[in-house]
Ligand binder design. Structure first.
Ligand SMILES: [Mg+2]
Length: 402
């Protein structure tokens, strides 16, 4: 455990992870609404689409991550594979490779250790599926971002073995851990009126993400928590990042998706006030230092250089916005969006969705990172109310009453 914080209890970890998962679910569900053509005017006007928003594979898999952490205290790979396969719903928008792999595990006894490395002619998948589900894991291990990154790598390997996928999954977990850690000192301030509860399962029980009703929790003290492990722990403060990435990134932006492209103007550095002393640049530098050399890491350096750009379309044209559904064209952009909007879930998601691309996943990732920043960073209550409840099996896996 890090020297900075006392070891967190299992209940504290669950509370933090569920707050992040709530952000994943709301971002995922709202972002996916904008693939419906009739909802695009809502996006342009920043108005909420009608009806109940259904989440997709991002939330379904992230719920498995939380369930496995609650049961095992770590990213147990066999448990993750089993949970991914058991709860796999074809109608949730999985990519074809993962669809097939999870079906083989569930129906034919397939082994993830053979299936995952074999994908894409033996290269392993570099899709953004590892990164999209990992933010709650970062919140779980907030007391040690480096360990969070290591556990995130193990969680990715179950389905996404390409080094870019693993690097990007490390980055998202580390970012969430830094955000959740920075919020630790702010949680004594109490819940923010209007902020969404972390839990609103089908039974209607609600928790504010910080204060759990003890009567609805399993004691769980005898289970393994993450807190007893040792680590080298302290994140390395960066500061020596390399600058100078000026060439265009590989992603293309379809002209039809762009609106009000303001070109190259710099912003007035107006970013949302973070809830803590964690600045956007500090966050990205620290994450960069926990990521191995990779296209993801190079993208993070570009994201750092673009932190003072306000125009999301310009930034997405350079960093990508998930249009290729690869990790490397998803993670740098989502970290740029999250870093610029710490403490402001609304602005974070509207900005992310405005770029287009893989909107359910980009919004899920950004939502999961930002919502880890404490009650003031939670999704607005109305947004959470419009989002489909967490799956019932998650509640059961946490040992909470029906
Ligand atoms: Mg999805």
């Amino acid at each position: 455990m890090s020297a900075r914080f006392p070891a967190a209890s299992r209940d504290e970890r669950i509370s933090r992870a569920l707050a992040s998962l709530r952000g994943v679910a709301v971002g995922d569900a709202l972002g996916s609404q904008f693939f419906v053509p009739d909802n695009l005017p809502h996006l342009r006007r920043r108005e909420l689409p009608p009806g109940t928003w259904r989440w997709t594979d991002d939330t379904e898999m992230a719920a498995s991550v939380v369930a496995v952490l609650a049961a095992c205290g770590r990213a147990d790979q066999d448990a993750l594979a089993a949970s991914f396969a058991r709860h796999h719903d074809f109608d949730r928008g999985y990519g074809p490779a993962v669809n097939r792999m999870l079906r083989l595990i569930r129906q034919e006894g397939g082994d993830w250790r053979e299936l995952a490395p074999a994908l894409f002619d033996g290269q392993g998948s570099w899709g953004n599926g590892g990164a999209m589900r990992v933010a709650p894991l970062g919140a779980w291990f907030a007391d040690d971002p480096e360990y969070a990154a290591d556990e995130a790598a193990r969680s990715a390997e179950v389905t996404h073995r390409h080094p870019e996928a693993i690097a990007g999954t490390r980055a998202i977990a580390a970012a969430t851990a830094f955000v959740a850690a920075a919020a630790q000192g702010a949680t004594a301030a109490g819940p923010v009126p209007g902020a969404a509860p972390a839990w609103d399962a089908a039974t209607g029980a609600a928790h504010d993400g910080r204060q759990q009703d003890a009567g609805e929790q399993q004691a769980g003290g005898e289970r393994q928590g993450g807190g007893e492990r040792q680590s080298g722990g302290q994140p390395r403060a960066g500061g020596e990042r390399q600058a100078g990435y000026q060439q265009q990134g590989g992603s293309r932006q379809d002209a039809g998706d762009r609106q009000d492209v303001g070109g190259q103007q710099k912003s007035d550095s107006k970013t949302s006030a973070p809830p803590t002393s964690l600045s956007p640049e500090t966050l990205l530098v620290r994450v960069h230092d926990l990521v191995p050399r990779s296209a993801v890491q190079a993208g993070l350096r570009r994201a750092l250089d673009l932190l003072d750009y306000a125009d999301v379309h310009t930034v997405a044209a350079v960093l990508g916005c998930g249009r290729r559904t690869s990790t490397q064209d998803t993670v740098p952009f989502t970290l740029w969006a999250a870093a610029r909007h710490l403490g402001d879930f609304r602005e974070a998601i509207w900005t992310t969705a405005a770029a287009g691309g893989d909107m359910d996943t980009t919004c899920a990732i950004v939502g999961g990172i930002v919502a880890a920043g404490g009650p003031g960073s939670a999704p607005p209550r109305e947004w959470a109310d419009r989002t489909e409840a967490f799956p019932a099996w998650l509640r059961e896996s946490l040992g909470w009453p029906r």
